[in-house]
Write a protein that binds this ligand. Structure first.
Ligand code: STR
Length: 406
């Protein structure tokens, strides 16, 4: 069967347009990723839930026909999103449970509550820095000064990353999450991140601390310890996922509220809880626009289409969040006054569901009210139409968010 192929703009010039286009092709669309790699994507909430619990879809890149045939190689610009080393992000089944268990337990809802004082103190310090940077009516980049350093500090505290390394990590991840980075440079960045985290695991082995990386190194009673490679893989996954996605959540919530002053008023007055802002932002402007990737180990029938054994499947959470069958006819609008509870799957579904969901929600629920309380006159410093996405198709994150503190 032939099927039109939607070419995803590598630099994400028009995310809403792209999302609208994809919601019109359902439940599966054929998409061309940067680098002329064509794969399937699922665009519907209900179908995504089914596929995300289907054991015939796996994360192992060796199952990908394009990889087996050498069509996709390490030269592919998005290779770092898929071939990311052995970790809970890249394996399935019993091995996945073994790799994920300790991390998931460490960041359950009950446990992360203990991080509240830390998150509050970092938030307060960053708000002071924001006030300094934006004093005298100067525009200030809310992403660089507030939305980015907060999640980076929190995930570093959790994993035991040295806070002095933040500038270096920011530089490396900025290059990693950009299609404008030449491939040889990106591979060098990936190499430097690997080296950094490998050294960190060796240091923690010699001098364990009170952090999750040290806990991952230690064997459980009776359990099989993770290998060094697995600890490094999990650590890399946690640091990347733990900051990049929460930045998006915070910046997009701020942007949406500043563009909808009536809704902001309802939250400020207490008529609508901050929780609702967080959930509506996750649904309407999901941090992971397209999640790479799963591979079919058998032919999988979806409606009248077949995902053939060896083909790749992306989960298009941006389209899924705008699925009118799930969220109603106004799904493409940010609206915290929706009469029904928001039931999104922006944290995923099934065995790989985001283990950090509670932590990111907690960060946003602390950061957002604190920001608007401190700066009640906050406004965008440029028209919304001038805001640009980061130049990478997989992440729904602004390059910057210039504001005036008021
Ligand atoms: C980035 C590179 C790396 O070293 C490890 C990982 C594994 C986890 C991935 C991360 C990646 C990219 C961003 C992801 C994250 C899991 C959740 C996050 C995909 C490939 C999202 O954007 C939802």
């Amino acid at each position: 069967m032939t099927c039109p192929v939607v070419r995803l703009d590598p630099l994400v010039g028009d995310r809403p347009g792209e999302t609208r286009r994809l919601t019109g092709i359902a439940p599966l669309a054929r998409v061309e990723l940067p680098g002329e790699v064509t794969v399937w994507t699922v665009t519907k909430h209900a179908e995504a839930r089914r596929l995300l619990t289907d054991p015939r879809l796996v994360k192992d890149i060796n199952q990908w026909d394009l990889w087996q045939r050498g069509v996709v190689t390490r030269q592919w610009p998005l290779i770092g999103m898929v071939d990311a080393g052995r970790s809970m992000f890249t394996v399935d089944g019993a091995e996945h449970r073994r790799l994920r268990a300790k991390t998931a337990q460490a960041i359950t809802a009950r446990r992360v509550t203990g991080m509240t004082p830390y998150i509050e103190s970092v938030t307060a310090r960053l708000l002071d820095e924001l006030a300094r940077a934006g004093s005298g009516g100067r525009p200030v980049d809310l992403k660089a000064v507030f939305a980015l350093p907060l999640p980076m500090a929190v995930v570093s505290e959790l994993m035991g990353v040295d806070h002095a390394e933040h500038p270096r990590l920011h530089r490396l991840y900025k290059a990693f999450f950009s299609m404008l980075t030449p491939q040889d440079e990106r591979l060098a960045v990936i190499g430097e991140l690997d080296e950094f985290f490998t050294k960190m695991v060796a240091d923690k082995k010699a001098h364990p601390g009170d952090d999750l990386t040290s806990a991952l190194i230690l064997a459980d009673e009776g359990g099989e310890p993770l290998t060094d490679e697995e600890v490094v893989g999990n650590l890399k996954a946690m640091v990347a996922a733990g900051h990049e996605t929460t930045i998006s959540l915070i910046t997009h919530a701020v942007r949406a509220l500043l563009n909808n002053p009536d809704q902001l008023g309802l939250v400020r007055s207490g008529a609508i809880p901050w929780e609702t802002v967080v959930e509506e932002t996750l649904r309407w402007s999901t941090p992971a626009s397209h999640l790479l990737m799963r591979f079919a180990t058998e032919d999988i029938q979806v409606g009248d289409t077949v995902i053939t054994k060896g083909e790749g499947l992306v989960i298009s959470y941006s389209a899924i969040g705008w699925d009118a069958d799930q969220h109603g006819p106004t799904a493409d609008r940010f609206d915290i006054t929706r009469p029904v509870p928001i039931r999104h799957i922006s944290f995923g579904h099934g065995p790989h569901i985001c283990p950090g969901a509670s932590l990111s929600r907690l960060e946003a629920r602390i950061a957002l009210p604190a920001l608007f309380e401190r700066f009640p006159g906050l406004t965008l410093a440029v028209p919304d139409s001038e805001l640009r996405n980061m130049p990478i198709v997989t992440q729904n994150d602004l390059a910057e968010l210039p504001v005036l503190l008021g």
